[in-house]
Design a protein around this ligand. Structure first.
Ligand SMILES: C[S@@+](CC[C@H](N)C(=O)[O-])C[C@H]1O[C@@H](n2cnc3c(N)ncnc32)[C@H](O)[C@@H]1O
Length: 212
C-alpha cells in the first residue's frame, strides 16, 4: 500500500476527493492511503500562527519553515520510508512518466501544500523534490497534490482490480494518445459511431484504432 501524507492548511478540502469514485475504492481496498496532516496543529504560539510577512517587504504571507519542519518530523516519527515533495510552480513539471515512476517506487509520499505567497525558501533543505503541475499559479498546493495522487494511483497495480485498462491510456508511452471512444446511442443528432466499431471484426477495429 502506498501512503500519501498531505500537509495542508485546509485538510477538509481533500475530504471530497477521498470520498468518491476510484480513489475511495482504492483506499477501501488498501491499495493507497491518503492522510491529510493539518498544518495549523504545528503552528507557533497560542494562535497557532503558521505564516509571516515576507522578509525584505512585499505583499502576502509566507508559510514558516519551522512550522512545516515540525509537521514533517511528526510524520517521520511514524514512517521512515518517505519521499518529501514540495508543490511549487517553480518545480519540475509533472507528467505521466513521473506518475509511473512514483507509482513503482517503494516510497510513501509527503506532499507539502504551499499557500498564500508560498513557502520560506529554507524548506529546500528538508524536501527531496519540488514539483509543479503546470505553468500557471494556483491558490494552494491542494489541487496539485490531488492531481499527483490521482495520476500516481492509476498506475499502481490492482488500482483497477484485475483489469489493466491503463496499459492503453494516453501518454503510456511518450506521445501516445488514445483512440476516440464511443458508446450508445449509435446515432445522435445525425452523428454516427464509425461503422467499423460496430462490425464485430476485432482485427479491423484494432487496425482502425492504431491508425486513427
Ligand atoms: C499562490 S501560490 C504561490 C506562488 C508563488 N508566489 C510564485 O509566484 O511562484 C501558493 C502555493 O500554491 C501551490 N501551487 C500553485 N501553483 C502551483 C503549480 N502550478 N504547481 C504546483 N503547486 C502550485 C504551491 O504550493 C504554492 O506555494
Amino acid at each position: 500500500m502506498k501512503i500519501f501524507y498531505i500537509v495542508s492548511l485546509f485538510p477538509d478540502f481533500l475530504q471530497s476527493f477521498k470520498n468518491h469514485s476510484m480513489i475511495y475504492r482504492a483506499e477501501k481496498n488498501k491499495i493507497i492511503k491518503i492522510i491529510p496532516i493539518d498544518l495549523r496543529k504545528f503552528g507557533i504560539n497560542k494562535r497557532k500562527t503558521v505564516d509571516g510577512t515576507p522578509a525584505g517587504g512585499g505583499g502576502g504571507m509566507i508559510l514558516r519553515v519551522d512550522v512545516i519542519v515540525k509537521a514533517l518530523e511528526s510524520i517521520k516519527k511514524k514512517d521512515k520510508n518517505l519521499k518529501v515533495i514540495l508543490l511549487d510552480p517553480r518545480g519540475k513539471i509533472f507528467n505521466q512518466k513521473k506518475a509511473i515512476s512514483i507509482a513503482q517506487s517503494k516510497h510513501n509520499l509527503v506532499l507539502i501544500c504551499g499557500h498564500y505567497e508560498g513557502v520560506d525558501e529554507r524548506i529546500n533543505d528538508y524536501v527531496d523534490e519540488k514539483i509543479s503541475i503546470g505553468k500557471y499559479v494556483l491558490t494552494g498546493g491542494e489541487i496539485p497534490a490531488m492531481t499527483i495522487i490521482d495520476a500516481v494511483s492509476r498506475n499502481i497495480k490492482r488500482f483497477f482490480g484485475n483489469k489493466t485498462p491503463y496499459l492503453n491510456e494516453s501518454f503510456t508511452t511518450d506521445n501516445y494518445l488514445e483512440y476516440p471512444q464511443y458508446t450508445k446511442p449509435n446515432e445522435f443528432e445525425g452523428k454516427k459511431i464509425p461503422e467499423i466499431l460496430l462490425s464485430g471484426n476485432h482485427r479491423e477495429i484494432k487496425d482502425w484504432r492504431n491508425d486513427v
